[in-house]
Design a protein around this ligand. Structure first.
Ligand code: SF4
Ligand code: SF4
Length: 396
């Protein structure tokens, strides 16, 4: 079979492996007769030859539709086709390479802020033409960030901009900056600081993830060492959980172990910072009553960082009426890139979570991680926001 793999995959180990396997297939169709899903469904695309062709098309850069995914997902990975094939096509290895390619594509795009923002903008433009299931997952245009106060206080804290959050919800860090500014702390972002490394580290690209961590430390270090910042604030609990682990993850790296230890020790979730400064915030809280709010504590906050009940307490003190949420300890199905790699299971977890969050009749859902926020917003039927943006509205 002739192949012409797309640029993003051609020169990678997975791309080369998939290419070699695809080229062995002579399209004879012997395998089809032994494929259980083809025998049941009688559709060429539900047999190995059809699936091989679908993977080839996708690797050559054609759009992966819901139907392509459905046919590929129906494969039992029983490999009966492999033992039937007279040309030695290693179908099992092709599937493995396919899975790794999906991860590589995510690893290439998500941590790069400008590329992610560009793809997101294209996705928003194309939304009317996409199948409903895919269109639903593309977040609507983000509301404007609002003003970021100029640094004017002696007390300073650093905040992580992150890789996907600025494009998806630029208002989160700006809201945190305004809240802290009101109590005498200037929040600053380090120029050129990128991804915390979690994305690539957790999808099997550990070395690349560690490189992202070192690059972020390099950007932060001058501000930590000489810039007088007293803490590093995280508005995405997923990033916070990982940055707090830098000390462990980089412990064997002689050049970075010491810096990583200091960075981890200085890192606080936004709710920890606000709680510690509550004495200064309390006098400027308006405490308007009346909005019923359901809070979803992300796994990376309650399990990863072991922070339980803090955000809920702050929101209640700001006058929100917190509605009861059964099984609040369970994951919403976002889990980093899980929602992209396991869409069916993730969707089921989301439906369960939305039903639990909605059971107390809230007007608003709040959470503490951009991944959970975007994941839950698609299908929630009511606003889903970062808690700091709701909290800010309670300041006089
Ligand atoms: S039997 Fe082998 S060569 Fe023939 S179509 Fe199936 S995978 Fe391709
Ligand atoms: S692995 Fe099994 S189900 Fe999948 S294509 Fe081959 S024979 Fe069919």
């Amino acid at each position: 079979m002739q192949t012409a793999l797309a640029d993003f995959i051609r020169d990678t180990p997975e791309g080369r492996e998939a290419d070699a396997i695809l080229r062995k297939c002579v399209h004879c169709g012997f395998c089809t007769a032994t494929c259980p899903t083809y025998l049941l469904l009688g559709d060429e695309n539900d047999g190995p030859r059809g699936r091989i062709y679908l993977m080839k098309q996708a690797l050559e850069g054609q759009e992966i539709t819901d139907r392509t995914r459905l046919h590929l997902d129906r494969c039992l990975t029983c490999r009966a086709c492999e033992t039937t094939c007279p040309s030695g096509v290693q179908y099992g290895r092709l599937l493995d390479a396919w899975e790794r390619i999906k991860r590589r594509a995510l690893a290439a795009v998500l941590p790069r802020r400008s590329l992610f923002a560009l793809l997101l903008a294209l996705g928003r433009l194309a939304r009317p033409f996409l199948p409903a299931r895919i269109a639903e997952t593309i977040p609507a245009a983000a509301t404007k960030a609002g003003a970021w106060p100029a640094p004017r206080h002696a007390r300073k804290m650093l905040v992580l901009a992150g890789c996907v959050q600025p494009a998806l919800s630029p208002g989160i860090n700006a809201a945190a900056a305004r809240v802290l500014d009101r109590i005498g702390i200037s929040l600053v972002e380090a120029k050129g600081a990128g991804c915390c490394g979690a994305l690539r580290f957790h999808i099997g690209y550990q070395e690349e993830g560690l490189s992202d961590m070192r690059a972020l430390i390099d950007r932060w270090w001058p501000l930590v060492e000489r810039g007088g910042v007293e803490a590093i604030v995280m508005t995405a609990s997923g990033c916070g959980a990982v940055v707090k682990e830098y000390a462990h993850l980089l412990r064997n790296d002689l050049a970075y172990a010491g810096k990583a230890e200091k960075i981890s020790a200085m890192t606080r979730d936004a709710c920890e910072v606000i709680e510690a400064e509550f004495g200064r915030i309390e006098p400027i809280l308006a405490r308007k009553a009346g909005v019923r709010l359901a809070f979803h504590p992300p796994c990376t906050l309650q399990h990863g960082q072991n922070i339980k009940g803090v955000t809920e307490r702050l929101l209640a003190m700001a006058g929100f009426e917190l509605t009861p949420v059964p099984d609040a300890h369970l994951c919403c199905g976002s889990a980093g890139t899980y929602s992209l790699l396991q869409p069916e299971l993730s969707d089921k977890l989301k439906r369960n979570k939305l039903s639990a969050l909605g059971s107390g009749g809230p007007e608003l859902i709040a959470t503490a991680n951009i991944g959970c926020q975007v994941h839950l917003a698609a299908g929630a039927g009511l606003p889903v926001r970062h808690w700091i943006t709701a909290f800010e509205e309670r300041l006089n």
